[in-house]
Design a protein around this ligand. Structure first.
Ligand SMILES: NC(=O)C1=CN([C@@H]2O[C@H](COP(=O)(O)OP(=O)(O)OC[C@H]3O[C@@H](n4cnc5c(N)ncnc54)[C@H](OP(=O)(O)O)[C@@H]3O)[C@@H](O)[C@H]2O)C=CC1
Ligand SMILES: O=C(O)[C@@H]1CCC=N1
Length: 274
């Protein structure tokens, strides 16, 4: 991929995941800058990654060809209005936004001249190169902009393009927030392991192996449906059947469906709120 000057506004959970992801893939450190308000945090980021760091967002984007907005949606208005009044020509920059529930139209509205925008919904496994990201281009994004965004997120895992802002909200529900769903399930299982008397260490090791093994089974058996993999574990009149019966009696499918819809609905609300 092309190595252009890239500035991350915000170096929190997701910003750090993407920075680590691109550095691991060989992006040159000297071309990467991060900006957050606290000097102490900047020093940590500089030391951890060997990249440039500033506490002034406007200063940080002056020489950037690419700006990645990795702040919370609540901070977006302050940051973008700072950019708008800075006198910097944003028509020359590509802005990649990872902010949940913030439309490309809203971003363009706040920064006059800015048209080259790609909205992205990544997830935290980007940190280890196993991310999943959805991408949506604003009308002003060029083919080169789209390629850059795809290559950038491709450094951190898999990518998929969607053809609407709603598609990004769907991806938010299906993969952006999804690591937390699986972590919650593991937490519930860890609670039961503790109740059974397993040490935290043994429980964690067991759960790590179960989720890793299950994920790898899904990946390695492309000729089988996920339902078939489940059925292969579920012996007739056996133990798994009883466990699954409890999930089904509580209508797990409906619970998952409602949870994902709630996630998407919040993204939609946020697009009106911020
Ligand atoms: N976490 C996730 O799994 C995902 C998050 N996202 C999106 O990524 C974005 C960031 O989320 P996340 O990383 O979790 O949040 P964090 O709170 O972890 O990170 C936000 C970062 O922005 C910094 N910040 C706060 N105010 C400013 C400012 N005015 N200028 C510059 N930097 C600022 C914070 O600094 P400080 O800590 O010092 O306040 C922090 O480094 C959100 O918009 C979210 O929707 C998208 C996909 C997945
Ligand atoms: O919870 C959130 O709002 C962010 C977006 C997707 C994952 N975390």
């Amino acid at each position: 991929m092309q190595h252009q000057n890239i500035t991350f506004i915000g170096g929190g959970n997701m910003g750090k995941s993407l920075i680590k992801g691109i550095l691991n893939a060989g992006y040159p450190k000297e071309k990467v800058t991060v900006s957050t308000p606290f000097a102490e945090e900047i020093n940590t980021l500089k030391q951890t990654f060997g990249i440039n760091g500033l506490t002034d967002n406007v200063e940080a984007v002056k020489n950037a060809e690419i700006v990645v907005m990795a702040v919370k949606p609540q901070m977006m208005h302050d940051v973008l209005t700072q950019f708008a009044s800075s006198g910097i020509d944003f028509s020359k920059k590509l802005l990649i936004s990872i902010m949940a529930g913030v439309t490309t139209g809203r971003i363009a509205e706040l920064v006059p001249g800015l048209t080259r925008i790609v909205r992205v919904m990544p997830n935290t496994p980007a940190l280890i190169g196993l991310g999943m990201a959805g991408l949506f281009p604003a009308a002003g994004a060029s083919e080169a902009d789209k390629k850059f965004a795809e290559d950038l997120l491709g450094c951190c895992g898999k990518t998929v393009w969607v053809d609407s802002e709603e598609g990004i909200d769907n991806i938010t529900s299906l993969s952006g927030s999804a690591p937390a769903y699986f972590f919650l399930f593991l937490e519930c299982m860890a609670n039961k392991a503790a109740e059974y008397g397993f040490s935290e260490k043994d429980a964690r090791s067991m759960l790590e192996q179960v989720i890793l093994g299950s994920a790898q089974m899904v990946i390695n058996n492309q000729d089988k449906s996920i339902a078939q993999l489940r059925e292969a574990v579920t012996s007739k009149g056996g133990t798994t059947y009883e466990a699954l019966k409890v999930f089904n009696e509580s209508n797990l499918n409906d619970i998952v469906s409602r949870a994902l819809d709630a996630c998407k609905k919040r993204a939609e609300e946020m697009s009106k709120q911020f």
